[in-house]
Write a protein that binds this ligand. Structure first.
Ligand code: NAD
Length: 314
């Protein structure tokens, strides 16, 4: 049986690591595409050689030619420009400038995906995440079931990891979820969090849990402040978790940024909510019952996503 093909656009830290994990898990043949063709070709070659030593038959190729993505079942978009100082002016770009730059990049890539892999499912990783999902949806013309953002898998992993470390329990026994946009206003759902069914409130005091919620919200910034650039192992692992659920039709419930058309009271907005991921992409959006406090927090998160989406000018 032929193996599935996954294309990863952007062969930087996140893209390269996604490719590495896909290959190690024998999930698919991989195509790495980058505007820097040498980087994509070099990483593909390096990875291919590593895989040969592991005895897997996964094929990895790279370059800047989009015809290579033909036949891909999933296209992961990780291309983008990070927020860094302009070496000429010494100034940081404004948030709006950065959104516009990445809109151009993700928009062009999405058009190419529609041209060369019209039946694929797009997983967006590029930031600002929820807004970039809008761009991919608009420019690909795909059904929203096939344009999904990776954020909740990562945010939830961070949340569960902090809880597991605090309680010194296996992270697999921690159950919980974060909702909302991929930003400081995401909403970790403490009321529904448990350790093997034991409500989290019975296992730690409110202050400890509040601190974990705050640390989760700022989880990306914590890593940037340590390394000077954003993390990539956990973002890549979250992406591969989604890819596996789709390719193997696992129907995992994964919090993901999806296009809401009235669910949770939001219309035409990408935001993180629990969804069932299977062979067709988003197979179901699950609506959780929220209390007033949770809904107020989710509204604030939605408002901050909307502000960025407005910059896109759709
Ligand atoms: P990186 O700078 O290491 O890699 C980005 C790559 O994109 C570079 O190799 C660059 O050459 C390439 N690129 C730029 N323009 C391109 C174009 N037009 N076509 C093809 N390739 C192009 O950055 P990274 O750390 O890998 O992060 C990638 C993106 O993912 C960023 O936008 C980052 O903010 C985002 N990110 C998202 C999450 C999440 O949870 N959603 C987590 C981490 C990072």
């Amino acid at each position: 049986m032929a193996r599935n093909k996954v294309a990863v656009i952007g062969a930087g830290n996140v893209g390269g690591t996604v490719a590495q994990w896909l290959a190690m898990e024998h999930l698919a043949d991989i195509v790495l595409i980058d505007i820097n063709a040498g980087l994509a070709k070099g990483k593909a070659l390096d990875l291919m050689q590593a895989m040969l030593m592991q005895g897997t038959g996964v094929k990895v190729s790279g370059g800047d030619d989009y015809s290579m993505i033909e036949g891909a079942k999933i296209v992961v978009i990780t291309a983008g420009v990070p927020r860094k100082k302009d070496p000429k002016t010494g100034k940081f770009p404004s948030r709006d400038e950065l959104v516009k730059t990445n809109q151009g990049i993700v928009g062009e890539i999405s058009k190419k995906v529609a041209q060369y892999a019209p039946d694929s499912i797009i997983i967006v990783v590029s930031n600002p995440l929820d807004a970039m999902c809008h761009v991919a949806l608009q420019e690909s013309g795909f059904s929203s079931r096939r344009v999904i953002g990776q954020a909740g898998a990562l945010d939830t992993a961070r949340y569960k990891t902090f809880i597991a470390s605090e309680l010194n329990v296996n992270v697999h026994n921690v159950h919980g979820i974060t909702l909302g946009g991929h930003g400081d206003q995401m909403v970790p759902m403490t009321r529904q969090t448990s350790v093997s069914g034991i409500p989290i409130m019975e296992l730690m005091d409110k202050k400890t849990l509040d601190d974990i919620v705050e640390r989760t919200r700022k989880g990306g910034g914590e890593i940037v402040s340590l390394m000077g650039y954003s993390g990539y192992y956990a973002p890549a692992a979250g992406t591969v978790y989604m890819v596996a659920s789709i390719l193997n039709d696992l129907k995992r419930v994964v919090p993901s940024s999806v296009y809401l058309t009235g669910q949770y009271g939001y219309h035409r907005l990408y935001m993180g909510v629990p969804v069932v991921l299977g062979w067709n992409g988003v197979e179901r959006i699950i609506e959780m019952e929220l209390n007033e406090e949770e809904k107020t927090m989710l509204d604030a998160s939605a408002a901050s996503v909307k502000k960025v989406v407005e910059i896109l000018g759709f």
